[in-house]
Write a protein that binds this ligand. Structure first.
Ligand code: CO
Length: 198
């Protein structure tokens, strides 16, 4: 079963060691990544590849539509571990244009957990309804919603207890909001970086 994936894995492991004999051995005793990536689960948005980081360099959390709501214990656990234990220096909240989760939040007819999960994006839409509805092109409107969603998630992360605690202790830690384009593979920095408690 899935022999092609196992063959890929063997080739990757062998190739990695051939290029760098310590590729795996240097990770055996721990990790100290400088960056935490909070991104979408979308298969077209591969965190490490986009920013050219190797294993050990990027702590990654991905979910549908790159959310970090305060009540979510999964994102909360990632933040606690990355900030309080690993002491990352940068948290990258990375959305992407053409996000299916963001689009789904504006549509009727979804049920199950995803419907509840996407609720925070509906709140973002409501807060910015006037601005969004000036955009008559639906794709443009959804892309703006992708950006606004990132900005709200940056605020959520900045209000996280462990992030606030790091700033209280004058630790070097920034939260950034980025959007990735599926069309050209490029990241846009939304210019909403937070580096200290408000
Ligand atoms: Co997405």
């Amino acid at each position: 079963m899935l022999d092609h994936l196992k063959a890929n894995n063997r080739a990757w492991a062998e190739g990695s060691v051939a290029e760098d004999t310590t590729f795996f051995s240097r990770h055996e005793n721990g990790q100290s990544p400088e960056y935490l990536w909070i991104g979408c689960s979308d298969s077209r948005v591969p965190a490490n590849q986009i920013v050219g980081l190797a294993p050990g360099e990027l702590f990654v959390h991905r979910n549908v539509a790159n959310l970090a709501p305060p009540q979510d214990i999964s994102a909360g656990s990632v933040l606690q571990y990355a900030v309080a234990e690993l002491k990352v220096k940068h948290i990258l909240v990375v959305g992407h244009y053409g996000c299916g989760g963001v689009a789904a939040s504006t549509q009727e007819g979804f049920s199950g957990p995803v419907d509840q999960w996407l609720d925070p994006i509906r709140n973002v839409y409501e807060q910015h309804r006037a601005e969004l509805e000036t955009l008559t092109d639906e794709k443009e409107r959804l892309n703006r919603l992708c950006e606004l969603n990132v900005i709200y998630q940056v605020q959520n992360v900045a209000q996280n207890t462990y992030v606030q605690d790091a700033w209280k202790h004058d630790r070097d830690l920034s939260v950034h909001g980025w959007v990735y384009s599926l069309r050209d593979g490029l990241i846009t920095d939304l210019g909403v970086t937070v580096s200290q408690a408000a």
